[in-house]
Ligand binder design. Structure first.
Ligand SMILES: Cc1cc2nc3c(=O)[nH]c(=O)nc-3n(C[C@H](O)[C@H](O)[C@H](O)COP(=O)(O)OP(=O)(O)OC[C@H]3O[C@@H](n4cnc5c(N)ncnc54)[C@H](O)[C@@H]3O)c2cc1C
Length: 413
């Protein structure tokens, strides 16, 4: 290891080889710039690959107006960016890399292979053909007095001289995949306003009794409707050692997180039989039970799976009511007390990051001319369903156009 600073030179330096950074690099290379992509990890796009494990949900097929509404408070800010590189553009981009797509029953769009690895392979090959260079195992630490990005590497410090820089350093979830928010203090020291990172699309904590965990941890609660405050989500949840996770929980995670910021607990309500009206359920539960055990009867009359019956028992903390009306009401509105949010280590994404006011309409930092930012490191959040990747791709594209615009503005550069 040497203390001499090695200097690299490129037109454009992109730091962060996730989807946002790679999209920016691709766009800038196509515009004729020499591009160097630096990343702290030994391989690019680790989180993108992980996203492909459970099925890479690239984007969503719903109408653009509804799509944009999913960004909640950030929708006004992100609308022009998403319209500029919209779900159809992302689908066509995927096709051009040789990966057909399909629309799942929920309207979500996936590559046919369902995975990220073939797509990433084809993408990296294309970037290579366009001359994009990579500097892996390079951890960005700061800018020097001339605005050159500084890195630590196993071989010693490296400095990169570039005409413009795109930061695409990700949020702070799943830190072991690379994005661990270690840049926050650095950018704050340069006067950039950053909202602290919080888990988003994360699991929730429940103080389960010792009865339920050994038998049901890891089991899905299928076809359930969850209600938290005014928010309703339908789908599947998974019971874990420490609480609940899964798509329907993630859909309510922002609302749950907000409630837990001002209260130590909050109640989630489960409808275990959302397709069966309460009246029918009562009639069925009034049928004679005969010699059947209560579990067998509940399964037969109400169609409850063992995990549903266990959740009813858990909520009662003792024997279940015998009365059909009381039982039906519990099945339709089972309260589960949540005691916290699972941490950033396993959250699908994060909320928080560089605040909207810190960037101009081209995603350039107002306090640092020539430095652009994109992707999950910015302060927006979205539910699962393809909205996260779509926004990262669209912002990578927008930041790249911003760089080109800035380089072509004589007074600016
Ligand atoms: C388990 C899981 C499943 C997911 N599934 C989906 C899905 O199906 N659909 C969907 O839309 N979204 C999904 N997501 C979310 C999606 O993967 C992210 O929103 C997306 O990867 C963020 O892209 P990004 O480019 O902003 O950041 P990242 O992908 O996090 O990339 C940031 C890069 O910056 C690098 N970096 C960070 N700090 C430094 C530093 N100091 N120096 C150098 N390099 C640094 C990191 O190593 C990393 O490579 C999933 C996420 C997870 C964890």
């Amino acid at each position: 290891m040497s203390d001499t600073i090695k200097t690299l030179e490129t037109d454009i330096l992109v730091i962060g080889a996730g989807p946002a950074g790679l999209k920016a690099a691709e766009t800038l290379a196509a515009a004729g710039q020499s591009v160097l992509v630096a990343d702290a990890m030994p391989n690019p796009a680790r989180k993108f690959l992980m996203a492909g494990r459970g099925g890479l949900n690239l984007t969503h097929s719903e109408a653009l107006f509804d799509f944009i509404a999913r960004y909640g408070e950030a929708r006004g800010w992100l609308a022009p960016t998403i319209r500029q590189f919209d779900p159809q553009d992302l689908i066509e981009w995927c096709h051009a890399l040789g990966e057909e797509t399909f629309v799942g029953s929920s309207g979500r769009v996936f590559p046919k292979s369902f995975k990220a690895s073939p797509l990433l392979r084809a993408w990296l090959k294309r970037l290579n053909e366009k001359g994009v260079a990579f500097a892996l195992r390079h951890r960005f630490t700061d800018f020097d007095a001339d605005g050159q990005a500084q890195f630590t590497t196993a071989e010693g410090p490296v400095s990169v001289k570039a005409k413009a820089i795109v930061l695409a350093l990700g949020g702070a979830s799943w830190p072991k995949l690379g994005s661990r928010g270690d840049w926050v203090a650095t950018l704050q020291a340069h006067g950039i306003a950053i909202r602290p990172f919080l888990p988003s699309n994360m699991g929730v904590l429940v103080n389960w009794s010792d009865h339920i965990v050994p038998r049901f941890a890891g089991e899905p609660i299928k076809r359930v409707t969850l209600t938290h405050g005014k928010q309703v989500a339908r789908g599947e949840a998974v019971l874990t050692q420490t609480g609940l996770e899964g798509g329907a929980i993630y859909a309510l995670s922002a609302s749950i997180r907000t409630a837990l910021q001002t209260s130590p607990t909050t109640v989630l309500t489960l409808d275990l039989r959302p397709d069966m009206p309460e009246k029918i359920l009562i009639e069925r539960l009034q049928q004679p039970r005969g010699k059947a055990s209560q579990s067998t009867f509940l399964h037969r009359a109400a169609g409850l799976a063992p995990i549903g019956i266990a959740l009813l028992r858990e909520a009662c903390g003792g024997p279940l009511p015998q009365d059909a009306l009381a039982l039906a009401r519990m099945i339709k509105a089972l309260p589960v007390t949540l005691t916290g949010c699972a941490g950033l280590e396993r959250a699908i994404s994060s909320a928080g990051g560089i605040m909207r006011d810190a960037v101009d309409e081209h995603f350039m930092l107002k306090a640092m001319a020539g430095v652009f930012v994109c992707g999950e490191m910015l302060d927006w959040e979205a539910p699962t369903g393809g909205y996260l990747l779509q926004a990262c791709f669209a912002q990578g594209y927008a930041a790249a156009l911003g760089v080109t615009h800035w380089l072509n503005t004589p007074s600016a550069s």
